[in-house]
Write a protein that binds this ligand. Sequence first.
Ligand code: NAD
Length: 498
Amino acid sequence: MRLIEHFIDGASAGGGQRKSDVFNPNTGEVQAQLILGTQSELDRAVAAAEAAQPAWAAANPQRRARVLMRFRELVESNMEELAALLASEHGKVIADAKGDFQRGLDVIEFSCGIPHAQKGEFTQGAGPGIDVYSMRQPIGIGAGITPFNFPAMIPMWMCGPAIATGNAFILKPSERDPSVPIRLAELFREAGLPDGVFQVVQGDKEMVDAILDHPGIGAVSFVGSSDIAHYVYERGVRAGKRMQAMGGAKNHGIVMPDADMEQVVNDLCGAAYGSAGERCMALPVVVPVGRKTADELRVRLIEAIKSLRVGVSTDPDAHFGPVVTAVHKARIESWIQKGADEGAELVVDGRGLTLQGHENGFFVGPTLFDHVTPAMESYREEIFGPVLQMVRAESFEEAISLPSQHQYGNGVAIFTRNGHAAREFAQRVNVGMVGINVPIPVPVAYHSFGGWKRSAFGDTNQHGMEGVRFWTKVKTVTQRWPDGGASGDSAFVIPTMG
Ligand code: NAD
């Protein structure tokens, strides 16, 4: 059985007695064993990072950027192999797996512009003979703790700006698809990144807690489910670290009566069912405004769902593949049951789907509920599967209040031809990322990604200039170069520049 290890100080490394199974969701088989690390592997990684980071930070920013450029080229040129590896552990279809890398590479490209992004500020003559300048210095050693659903993109959201700004970075990936991060570490090495600057430690809660408590680590970025995000955020802050922790989501798509219905149905199918709904920017809730809109949408959705193909991740015609584990499949199916028990109308039931030749794969078919209400637990909580819930609204006001009052506030979309309604919506909705006729409004790499309410803890978003700010601290220098000797007078009041 293949053993997946850590990547410490430029090489594959063992360590840790406990192991966990890594499945192939297409077949249900255990395809590898993952070593679960402990404090002692983390200590080794931190020691290697401490040895490597000062020279990396001292390298000029163009040099750091060039390593990232080479890394980008290497990921591109190994894309087929990488996407196949990712799909075999996650279950998403190959085209979607390539998108996972591509969205990550967008952030690497942004990070290649670090000589510009890390420039400081300068004021000449802030006082008599006094200049003030500020610079952004790296935190030192940063860590990233990532979820299973984007095993390439989310590590790159974090390590791109962290490494570019001169930090050493330690990644703790999800236990469910841990192989891609190891390949990223190998490719960084091939690109010329010094050993110890990007490392991977494998593990579960034990390793997460070790990271949060380690005095050598200055900043931690987390992405995962909300309860764990909240726990990680609080524990890290208590240990004096800079923290950001992105959590779960329940994104709504508002459909106004004037929307282009054909486009809406296409967009909803992709956004609700793509990647088996395992995206924090999926659209698992649709809110048609008015009965006529709802009735038409329902008929069209039922038709569209019939044409969706669920298949193994290597099937080029499949719209989506299996979910990540048998445990997750059971969890999704129990939410479907819960929705039906709560009184929602189960219009299309995706349970019980089996694929010939892949009877043990973790497949769940597209599922549609109508007449879901805000009081239902299956509406309030995240399902994270191919389940679309229709909540009917009578008015625009009711539609805007649903995502605004929901505990999660990651993304939201409105479909309309009315510019005024769209503008009102974008201004007023209590959610962090808004799409206008865009179902999955994931911001481009040079903007930043982050939700509101229980979808994110901490003040700083991922990537863009927010990422540069998160991974650096500002130092401000006030300098005076007098032309003669010291004046000899002591100042006992706060200096003013007037
Ligand atoms: P998860 O919370 O189970 O795991 C995330 C990380 O936390 C993993 O590295 C895991 O090892 C670690 N972890 C798990 N249990 C822990 C515990 N008890 N204590 C400490 N650490 C623990 O999330 P997941 O199932 O891998 O990913 C799906 C979730 O991530 C969904 O809720 C999804 O919405 C969310 N997500 C959010 C965003 C975002 O940007 N807001 C992006 C992607 C995914």
